[in-house]
Design a protein around this ligand. Sequence first.
Ligand code: PMT
Length: 409
Amino acid sequence: MSDKPGSRILLGISGGIAAYKAVELVRRLRADGAEVQVVMTRAAAAFVAPLTLQAVSGRPVRQALLDPQAEAGMDHIELARWADLLLVAPATAHLMARLALGLADDLLTTLALATEAPLVLAPAMNHRMWTNPATQEHLARLVARGVRVLGPASGAQACGEEGPGRMLEPAEIVAALAPEAWPGRAGHRTGPLAGRCVLITAGPTREPLDPVRFIGNRSSGRMGYALAAALAARGAAVTLISGPSALAPPPVADFVRVETALEMAAAVMERVAGCDLFVATAAVADYRPAAPAAGKIKKAAAALTIELVRNPDILAEVAALPGGPFTVGFAAETERLEEHATAKLRAKGLDMIAANRVGTGAGGFDTDDNALVVLWPGGRRAFPLMPKTLLADQLADLIVERYLASLAG
Ligand code: PMT
């Protein structure tokens, strides 16, 4: 048995013409170092011979739930425990419906209920079946439970029609399962964000004037740290990139400390590929001194002028990435909160923005409490003043809701 984490793959094959691609898929998964146990539905066996899959996987194919011989070896519960990942390719409309309902009327659907391993589907079906509201409802339900869905691709179909419903190519499926493409897979967490990767920034940045002085702001990191913990508690593999903060790191998968906006931008851009969500809670300096002095600036002239240059807008750059993550920005405003936040939502091309009033009254920078108005295209929700930990919990639920809705629709 391989020791490589995530290398024991239960490959479920359901009954569609794309089942023939499963042979190549098994070959590629094994070449990638995985152990593959194939489980076929009765209909799948009409499209591709179990003996072929036994030959390429090097293991007897499992088909029946109540098979005394197979159950005497590794029974279905043991098989469910064995798996690091349950991949169903192709996943037909019928199989997705059974999974959405939680039926356990054959070995594959029983394993899907019994395993704690992440479930990944590569759907394949006629394009009208894919766009049918029934299939889309099942898809939304599965995605909301944390199921990862790869594809389908659009193009010519076996039935001679064109549209979305083609199963992804085996190489594309294998690439999507790689740790670089799916950082959230490690650790097998549970919750609505299980298997998802979240990158979040928090705290202030410091822009050096000389070796001892900097331009900074009053962000403590409290809002961002609380949100990072709340998203991790929902199953996500969270990477927190933090500017200088006195807080202890929250329980996240990865914690990266930076100082300047340029360092924060580099840390984000190095890690954003393959991430599902990006949340920008940091108060990033918009400008930095053009030429920080090498030595301590001496008190000489009556006035001192410092030239500032623009820092990269990290959030806008991430939102503009082709195929980039679901992006959630923050807006810190001293006046006309919703008007300015709406302008930022549009200008930066964000999926959501959480606006807070700063510099006046309660909430905002460096306090325990905060209030937010969250805006997204076509929607709005207001959260009254409350402790940032509680607020982060409620905001995390809304982020999950909007993110899952974006996947489904
Ligand atoms: O840390 P705390 O003390 O708990 O305070 C929390 C907070 C007030 C800092 C937080 O709730 C908040 O509002 N964070 C965003 C602060 C901010 O910089 O807002 P902004 O309106 O200037 O920026 C808009 C968005 O663009 C933000 O998501 C920001 O992270 C992002 N941005 C801004 C500039 C830049 N160069 N790069 C960015 O990514």
